[in-house]
Design a protein around this ligand. Structure first.
Ligand code: PEP
Length: 247
């Protein structure tokens, strides 16, 4: 049976406790929008509170460390994220790759750490504008994927991939429907090589300037199994508009 579209909000470094009202409103809307699976990734400081406020939606983190614990000031382990009530973690977001120099190998190690404590993972890949202009988007994305994904026997249940062209994040620009379709088809083919048959069940999200007014077109592209949403997830109204478009 086909999985429900998965709509995930990434709050990035936004949100104090006053934003929990948005999480509550999203959770309430999820009760009627049951044809989609909805999740939020608030900053780590709000993980526990969001989990307590929201019963229906998934709650996840935006990063984790590879180690179980130890002398890593400022970092958070996968076990701590799980303990805070999260069910998943986003890994390899382009902002972490750019701001923190995260490599594919780092992302893979983080993925292994997350899976080993029972968290599911959303692994992000995507080309820069320069790479797209050079015609290498497809090879960049499939190489990132092959090097970033951890081994996982039940990948169909535990792994999600998010295709996020770096140049589309927060810019209001999106690739064409054909461009997204081509990359998602290539991602599916790579996933089948990596995970075998289990890959059929891995959802591939699109991320990059998804808004209520373009969501329905983007979510109807074959192989697009949902959306990773940044800016538009910060308000319950716009995020719920995207969820509604998914159904
Ligand atoms: C993101 O950062 O994951 C993202 C998709 O951002 P935005 O929706 O704001 O482009």
């Amino acid at each position: 049976m086909a999985k429900r579209p998965y709509i995930v909000g990434n709050w990035k470094m936004h949100g104090t406790r006053s934003m929990l009202s948005e999480a509550r409103a999203i959770d309430r809307a999820a009760e009627r929008l049951i044809k989609a699976e909805v999740a939020l990734a608030p900053p780590a400081t709000l993980l526990h509170a969001t989990r307590k406020e929201a019963d229906l939606i998934g709650v996840g983190a935006q990063d984790c460390h590879t180690a179980e614990g130890g002398a890593h000031t400022g970092d958070i382990s996968a076990a701590m994220i799980k303990d805070a009530g999260a069910g998943f973690v986003i890994l390899g977001h382009s902002e972490r790759r750019a701001d923190h120099g995260e490599t594919n190998e780092d992302v893979k190690a983080k993925g292994q750490a997350a899976l080993s404590v029972g968290l599911n993972i959303i692994v992000c890949v995507g080309e820069t504008e320069q790479q797209r202009d050079a015609g290498t988007a497809l090879s960049v994305v499939t190489e990132q994927l092959a090097a970033s994904l951890p081994e996982c026997a039940d990948a169909g249940d535990r792994v999600t991939v998010a295709y996020e062209p770096v140049w589309a994040i927060g810019t209001g620009r999106t690739p064409t429907v054909e461009e997204i379709g081509a990359i998602h088809a290539a991602i599916r083919a790579s996933l089948l090589e990596i995970y075998g048959e289990a890959a059929q069940e891995v959802r591939i999200l699109y991320g990059g300037s998804v808004k209520p007014d373009n969501a329905s077109e983007l979510l109807s592209i074959p192989e697009v199994g949902g959306a990773l949403v940044g800016g538009a997830s910060l308000s319950a109204d716009s995020f719920v508009g995207i969820v509604a478009a998914a159904m």
